[in-house]
Design a protein around this ligand. Structure first.
Ligand code: GDP
Length: 348
C-alpha cells in the first residue's frame, strides 16, 4: 500500500509544525504550503528539513492552491493558514477576511474540483463564540463573533459545513480552545509571560507589562490538540468537534505558576499596562466541553495546566540560557515585542 499523503497549509506555525512531526511519525508523506519564496524552511520546521516537501502557494491565489493539490495529491488537507492573533485583525480586517475567511473556500474549491475524496480539516476556534451566554460551550452553542478574526473564522466554519452537506466532502472543523507550547508566538499571553520569566530569571529584564490579569481562557497543550485533528479525519462520519480542557484559568494564574517555576514571585515583576487591556474581554467565559471528542474520538489531554506552563518556562529558560544569539525570537527583548494595541482602530 502506498504511503498516505497530507498537505499542511500553514506548516510554519505552531500547529503546523507539531502536526508535521505527528504525521511523519505515522509514516505519512508530508507536504507543506509556504507563502514566501524563500530557500529556507520556516524556523519552526527547520529541524524537519529534508523530511517534508515544501510547496509554494498562497491562500489568496486559487491557482497556486490548485497546483499544490495537483502536485501533492494528498489524502488529507489541514488548514492552519491565515492570521491568528486577534488584535491584529482590527488592524487588517480586509486581509483577515481574505485569508482566514475566503482562503477556506478556495481550498474547498480546489479539493472539490481535483478530488472530492480528499479529507479536509479546518482550524476553527473558540473565538467564534465571542461572549457566550452559557459556559461551557459545546458544538451546539450559537456563535457570537466579536472581532474580524472571529467573523472570518465563522465564515470558514460555515462554508465547511455547506461543502460537506452540499457536495458530500469529508470536511470537518475543530473548534479548538487556546492551545499553547514552547513554539507559541511571543505575542500570545502565555508565551509572553514564560519568555519574560526566562529573561527576568537570567537577569536580562526586570518586569513584564500585561493587560487584564483577570481575563481567563481554557488553555491546553498544542501537542495534544494535534492528535484530535488527526482523529477527526480518521472517523467514518465527518463532524465538527470542540477540543478543550474544560478548565478556566486567569492570566494571573499563568503568571503565578510561571514565575514560581523559576523561583520568583510574580508580584515583584508584573505590571498592568492599559495598552494591553482588551475592552470587554473580562466578560468572555470561553471554556469548552469536549465530551463529544472524548466519546467519539477517545481524545483526552495528556498535559494539564500546570504541566503546560512548566514545560513552556523550562523551554524558555533553556533557550534563553543556551542559545542566546541564535534564535531570533529569543533575542527579542520583551520590551520590544510589537504592541498590538492601537486605540485608534479598536472599538471601545
Ligand atoms: P487569544 O485568546 O487568542 O486572543 O490569545 P492571547 O494569548 O492573545 O490572549 C489570551 C487572553 O489574555 C485574552 O483574554 C487577553 O485579553 C489576555 N491578556 C492579558 N494581558 C495580555 C497581554 O499582555 N497580551 C496578550 N496577548 N493577551 C493578554
Amino acid at each position: 500500500m502506498s504511503r498516505r499523503r497530507a498537505l499542511i497549509v500553514g506548516i510554519g506555525g505552531q500547529d503546523g509544525s507539531y502536526l508535521a512531526e505527528f504525521l511523519l511519525a505515522r509514516d505519512y508523506e508530508v507536504y507543506g504550503l509556504v507563502r514566501h519564496s524563500t530557500a529556507q524552511a520556516p524556523e519552526r520546521i527547520a529541524h524537519l528539513a529534508g523530511r517534508v516537501a515544501l510547496l509554494r502557494g498562497d491562500l489568496v491565489d486559487q491557482l497556486s492552491l490548485n497546483a499544490a493539490i495537483d502536485s501533492a495529491r494528498p489524502h488529507e488537507v489541514y488548514n492552519f493558514g491565515g492570521t491568528s492573533f486577534v488584535p491584529e485583525s482590527w488592524q487588517q480586517p480586509g486581509l483577515t477576511a481574505e485569508l482566514t475567511g475566503l482562503g477556506v473556500v478556495r481550498l474547498l474549491e480546489s479539493i472539490r474540483l481535483a478530488d472530492p475524496t480528499i479529507r479536509f480539516y479546518q482550524a476553527s476556534t473558540s473565538e467564534m463564540f465571542g461572549r457566550p451566554a452559557a459556559a461551557p460551550q459545546t458544538e451546539a452553542t450559537p456563535f457570537d463573533p466579536q472581532n474580524p478574526y472571529a467573523v472570518a473564522k465563522v465564515f470558514g466554519h460555515q462554508m465547511v459545513e455547506r461543502y460537506r452537506d452540499g457536495f458530500g466532502l469529508f470536511a470537518v472543523s475543530g473548534i479548538l480552545y487556546n492551545h499553547e507550547s514552547p513554539r507559541r508566538g511571543v505575542e500570545f499571553v502565555t508565551r509572553k509571560i514564560t519568555h519574560a520569566v526566562a529573561r527576568i530569571a537570567l537577569g536580562l529584564e526586570h518586569e513584564v507589562l500585561l493587560g487584564d490579569l483577570s481575563a481567563s481562557r481554557d488553555w491546553g497543550f498544542a501537542g495534544d490538540y494535534i492528535r484530535a485533528m488527526w482523529l477527526m479525519l480518521q472517523q467514518d462520519e465527518a463532524s465538527s468537534y470542540v477540543v478543550a480542557t474544560g478548565e478556566l484559568h486567569s492570566v494571573q494564574d499563568v503568571a503565578e505558576v510561571a514565575f514560581a517555576r523559576a523561583g520568583l514571585d510574580w508580584r515583584d515583576h508584573v505590571r498592568v499596562d492599559e495598552r494591553f487591556v482588551r475592552p470587554k474581554d473580562a466578560t468572555a467565559h470561553l471554556v469548552g466541553d469536549a465530551a463529544r471528542a472524548r466519546d467519539d474520538l477517545d481524545w483526552h489531554p495528556s498535559v494539564d495546566f500546570e504541566q503546560l506552563i512548566h514545560l513552556m518556562v523550562d523551554a524558555d529558560l533553556a533557550r534563553t540560557d543556551g542559545e542566546r544569539g541564535h534564535d531570533p525570537e529569543m533575542d527579542w527583548p520583551a520590551s520590544e515585542i510589537p504592541q498590538w494595541s492601537d486605540g485608534a482602530r479598536r472599538p471601545r
